[in-house]
Design a protein around this ligand. Sequence first.
Ligand code: CMP
Length: 139
Amino acid sequence: MMSNRTFTMIKPDATSKGYTGAILDQIIKAGFSIKAMKWTKLTKEQAGLFYEVHKERPFYPELVEFMSSDKIVAAILEKENAVADFRELIGATNPANAADGTIRKIFAASIGENAVHGSDSDENAAIEGDFFFSKLERF
Ligand code: CMP
C-alpha cells in the first residue's frame, strides 16, 4: 500500500550556511505538510545508527562524521505519493546530476554534503520517522 508520508533531514552543510528557512519554504510550497519537526544535533553514535545500512560502504565514516558535525532539522512530511514526490523535489543524490530547480541543485555542494535526505521507500520512511519521533511528537 502506498503511504502518504516521508521523512527528511536538512543536513549540517545546509543548516550551517543558513539555508534552513529557504529549504523549508520550498518543501511547503511543493505541497508537503509538516507532521513532526525537530532541530537537533546527532552524536556520532546516533548518526552511525541512522545510516547503519551503509556501514560497509567506503563513504560511511565520512558520512557519520559529517552528519554529526552540526545541527540538523528532522521532519515527517505528508503529501499524496510523498516518497516519490519528495525525491523528485530534492533531485539526484549527487547535486552535479540533479535537475535544475531541485533543492540539491540549488543548495548542495557535493554528493557527501548534499543538503537534504529523503527516504527511499515507504518502509524506510516509517523506520526513519520512528528513529526521531515518539507518538507524542507527531500529528
Ligand atoms: P542520503 O540520501 O542521506 O543517503 C545516504 C547518503 O550517503 C547520501 O545521501 C549521501 O550524502 C551519502 N553518499 C552517498 N554516496 C556517497 C559517496 N560516494 N561519497 C560520499 N557520500 C555519499
